[in-house]
Design a protein around this ligand. Structure first.
Ligand code: AMP
Length: 202
């Protein structure tokens, strides 16, 4: 199963990707997580992208292409993957289509959420984490969140139309309770599994 999750920052992509990953035994690939690990480890790449990430802006397509290509080369992606946070723009989606070639994506799920609610959610999450002295993402404050939402609107929203034209887009109401969102995604994923089974058994 090759699935992409789309949605504004804070829409719940990470939570849902984890649930799908556990249920279908395919890895959850989050470009944000990979990049944050680079920053934490202080690698050359980490130092290069740190300020961009902390400002809420997108890192360059070249960097992302390298990171994704390397990750997709690892053996655990042979049975599929869930992409979270990538692609984030039409050029990145075109690059991915070229990379995957015949092994096309099975579906793209967009979690549709109310922007104001998402903003409040992320800011509350950061406040709670600070109060409990746990790790807070540097980009989880109101101002940076606004930059991230703007980047989402400008670069990522056009992806919905891109994948709709390919007949891959499925929209799910991301404002529903978490378990209902998960159930909606499982329905989409089950349909893709059935479809590939039918194609394989022809
Ligand atoms: P995320 O955890 O997906 O919200 O990503 C956190 C940050 O990592 C983003 O605000 C960007 O700075 C960077 N990032 C993650 N994925 C991408 C991507 N596909 N393209 C560009 N920048 C990305």
């Amino acid at each position: 199963m090759r699935l992409v999750l789309l949605g504004a920052p804070g829409a719940g992509k990470g939570t849902q990707a984890d649930a799908i990953s556990k249920h279908y035994h395919v890895p959850h690939l989050s470009t944000g997580d990979i990049l944050r690990a680079e920053v934490r480890s202080g690698t050359r790449l980490g130092l290069e992208i740190r300020s961009t990430m902390e400002s809420g802006k997108l890192v360059s397509d070249e960097v992302i292409a390298d990171v994704v290509a390397l990750r997709l080369l690892q053996g655990d992606t042979a049975r599929g993957f869930i992409l979270d946070g990538f692609p984030r723009s039409v050029p990145q989606a075109q690059w991915l289509d070229d990379l995957l070639s015949e092994d096309k994506l099975d579906a793209v799920v967009e979690l549709v959420v109310d922007e104001a609610v998402v903003l409040e959610r992320v800011v509350n999450r950061a406040r709670l984490a600070r109060e409990n002295a746990t790790d807070v993402r540097k980009d989880d404050d109101v101002e940076t969140m606004r930059v991230r939402l703007e980047a989402y609107k400008v670069a990522t929203l056009p992806l919905s139309a891109y994948y709709e034209r390919q007949g891959l887009l499925r929209r799910i109401d991301g404002m529903m309770p978490v378990d209902d969102v998960t159930a909606g995604i499982f329905k989409v994923a089950d349909a893709t599994v059935r479809m590939s089974w039918m194609v394989a058994s022809r």
